[in-house]
Design a protein around this ligand. Structure first.
Ligand code: A2P
Length: 305
C-alpha cells in the first residue's frame, strides 16, 4: 500500500498519485483503470485537461470503491468568477458526487467575456493574439472568497491552489484572517526545479505541496541525466523511481503522469534513497540553475511572482 500524508483538514492523501495532463481521453481511461487496479488510490485531473469524463469513467469502472480513492480536479481561469458552477460541471463530467480536492489551477483569472458558446475550457485571446487575462476587475483573492463555500456544500472535501508563488499565497492569507488556509499548493517540482523556498514556506503555513511534472515533463532531460541514471542502476531501479522517491523523501505528494501500464506500475514503487544519493540529486541545479518547463504564455511567474 502506498504511504499517505495528511492535509490540514485531517484527511489522508496518498503520496503517489497518477497525473493525467496530456493524457487523451481513451489513454486517460485506460491509465486510470490500470493505476487503480495496480494499487494507486490517488488520481489528479483538471477541467482544462479535457479528460474528466474518461477519468471519471475509469474511476467508476475500476472496481475500487469511490471512498478509497483521492480525486483532485482544478478550476480553469475562465471560471474563476464562479467556482461552484465550474465544480458542478466538473462533477457532471466526472460522474462523481464529490472530489477530495479542488484547486485554483493558476493564480491568473482569464477573461470569459468573449465566450458565447458556454465552452469555458479554452484560452481566450485578445484581438492582438495575447492571452486575455482578467485582472482589471478580478483576482484570485475574490476567487478564493467564493471557494470558501465549497467544502460546506459537500462537493469537495478540501480546497487548495496550484501554481501559486510565495507572494501569491502571502497575499491570499493576508486578505482575510477568516479564510480557509489552502490545503495544498500543486506546483512543478523535479531536480531541475527544486522549489525549496516555496516548499518550506508552504510547510510553515500547513499547506501540503504536490509536485507535478516530477519526471521533468516530456521536454526535460532529467530522465536521462547521468547522475540520475547512475543512482538508478545502483538501486536496480528506473530513473523515474529515483525522481519520484527523491520527491517523496522531501515530504510532499508526487504526481507522475503516464499512460503506459508498465510505467504506471513502476512509478508507484518508492525507494529508500541514501542521504548521500539525495544530496547528489539536490546538487544537480548548482551548475546550471533551475529550469521551469511548464510556463504557459499567461505566465503568472512573469506577472505575479
Ligand atoms: P508515458 O505517458 O508514455 O509513460 P511528468 O509526470 O514529469 O509530466 O512526465 C511525464 C512524461 O514521462 C510522459 O511523457 C510519460 O510518458 C513519461 N513517463 C512516465 N513514467 C515514466 C517512466 N517510468 N519512465 C520513463 N518515462 C516515463
Amino acid at each position: 500500500e502506498s504511504p499517505s500524508l495528511k492535509l490540514n483538514t485531517g484527511a489522508s492523501i496518498p503520496v503517489v498519485g497518477l497525473g493525467t495532463w496530456k493524457s487523451p481521453e481513451e489513454d486517460a481511461y485506460n491509465a486510470v483503470v490500470s493505476a487503480l487496479q495496480n494499487g494507486y488510490r490517488h488520481i489528479d485531473t483538471a477541467a482544462i485537461y479535457g479528460n474528466e469524463e474518461a477519468v471519471g469513467k475509469g474511476i467508476r469502472d475500476s472496481g475500487v470503491p469511490r471512498e478509497e480513492i483521492f480525486v483532485t480536479t482544478k478550476l480553469w481561469g475562465t471560471q474563476q468568477r464562479d467556482p461552484e458552477a465550474a465544480l458542478d460541471l466538473s462533477l457532471q463530467r466526472l460522474g462523481l458526487d464529490y472530489v477530495d480536492l479542488y484547486l485554483i489551477h493558476w493564480p491568473v483569472p482569464l477573461n470569459a467575456s468573449s465566450i458565447t458558446d458556454g465552452n469555458y475550457l479554452t484560452f481566450p485571446r485578445t484581438a492582438d493574439g495575447k492571452i486575455d487575462i482578467d485582472i482589471e476587475e478580478w483576482n484570485f483573492i475574490k476567487t478564493w472568497e467564493k471557494m470558501q463555500h465549497l467544502p460546506k456544500s459537500g462537493k469537495t472535501k478540501a480546497i487548495g491552489v496550484s501554481n501559486f508563488s510565495i507572494k501569491n499565497i502571502e497575499a491570499l492569507l493576508a486578505a482575510n484572517p477568516d479564510f480557509i488556509v489552502p490545503a495544498a499548493n500543486q506546483i512543478e517540482i523535479h531536480p531541475q526545479l527544486p522549489q525549496t523556498e516555496l516548499i518550506d514556506y508552504c510547510k510553515s503555513k500547513g499547506i501540503l505541496i504536490e509536485a507535478y511534472s516530477p519526471l521533468g515533463s516530456s521536454s526535460s532531460t532529467i530522465l536521462t541525466d547521468p547522475t540520475i541514471e547512475g543512482i538508478a542502476s545502483k538501486y536496480n531501479a528506473e530513473p523515474a523511481n529515483i525522481l519520484i522517491s527523491w520527491g517523496a523523501s522531501r515530504g510532499y505528494v508526487v504526481l507522475p503522469k503516464s499512460v503506459n501500464p508498465q510505467r504506471i506500475k513502476t512509478n508507484l514503487k518508492l525507494l529508500d534513497l541514501s542521504t548521500e544519493d539525495l544530496e547528489k540529486i539536490n546538487k544537480l541545479t548548482e551548475s546550471v540553475g533551475a529550469k521551469r518547463y511548464v510556463a504557459p504564455d499567461f505566465s503568472p511567474f512573469a506577472i505575479f511572482e
